[in-house]
Design a protein around this ligand. Structure first.
Ligand code: IPE
Ligand code: IPE
Ligand code: MG
Length: 250
């Protein structure tokens, strides 16, 4: 049976791509007098629950900001624990991903990951590549600026586009997200109203939803609330309300 929140979701107007800045693990732990790593461990439960929920709701793409290019500067013990948790997650969940038709994808400077993590990641991506229900993208060692710099490097080293003819599509096609739709809805947990270097290019017209809920407490109902909120907004893409009405009528 569908709950009240779920019945408020308009299936015709689902965001195709939901991106999430999973923040607040440290604060969750601090509130409970636990170490930060316990917060990250607890956050994995939210990851599992949100992935299943997104798939059940019919979301096509979910992207999770799991580790930023800047997060390498955290204490080594925390970085190591995060890498272990990631590896553990991939090994433990891969069968479930396959069962559920979820294709795993990753964006970021993946070559900076420890080799064992990189190998398990690549292997899981390969194992799940037939998944057609939903694409789960993990942003790892990811930075939006770094991504743009890498795209510019590719354009220059390709040598195929002359500078006068470089357009948006040339860049878009060289981003890590090449081939993916742009996020429609960007969620950030734990109340911070900033992007922290996440998908700077791709979120140009995303609707932003910030909740004070800390990531380890985030579950399906929070995702549904974000989607309902998104569905009650008017996306304009630079046009007037009048123009949009005409467009909808076509
Ligand atoms: C998000 O939680 C997880 C990562 C950045 C890896 P934080 O660890 O940033 O938690 P807070 O922001 O300190 O509460
Ligand atoms: C953003 O969170 C990165 C991830 C969620 C992986 P941070 O906690 O690193 O961002 P800041 O430091 O608050 O900007
Ligand atoms: Mg944080």
């Amino acid at each position: 049976m569908k709950g009240k929140l779920e019945s408020l979701i308009d299936r015709q107007k689902l965001p195709v791509h939901v991106a999430i800045i999973m923040d607040g693990n440290g604060r969750w732990a601090e509130n409970k007098n636990l170490d930060r790593i316990s917060g990250h461990r607890e956050g994995m439960k939210s990851v599992r629950s949100v992935i299943t929920a997104a798939k059940d709701l019919g979301i096509g793409y979910i992207t999770l900001y799991a580790f930023s290019a800047q997060n390498w500067q955290r204490p080594k013990s925390e970085v190591d624990a995060l890498m272990e948790l990631l590896k553990h997650y991939l090994l433990k969940e891969r069968d479930k991903l396959i069962e559920n038709g979820i294709r795993l994808n990753a964006i970021g400077r993946l070559d900076e990951l420890p080799k064992t993590v990189f190998d398990v990641l690549k292997e899981t991506m390969e194992m799940t590549k037939q998944g057609r229900e939903m694409t789960l993208t993990l942003a790892l060692s990811y930075g939006g600026r770094e991504e743009i710099v890498d795209a510019v490097k590719k354009i220059i080293s390709d040598g195929s586009v002359s500078p006068a003819f470089i357009n948006e599509a040339d860049l878009t096609h060289r981003l890590y997200t090449n081939g993916m739709p742009e996020p429609d809805l960007l969620i950030r947990t734990s109340g911070e109203m900033r992007l922290s270097n996440f998908m700077l290019w791709q979120i140009a017209y995303a609707e932003i939803y910030v909740t004070r809920t800390l990531w380890p407490n985030f579950r399906k109902r929070h995702l549904m609330k974000a989607i309902i909120n998104y569905q009650n907004r008017e996306r304009r893409f630079g046009l007037t309300g009048e123009q949009l009405k005409k467009r909808e009528a076509i």
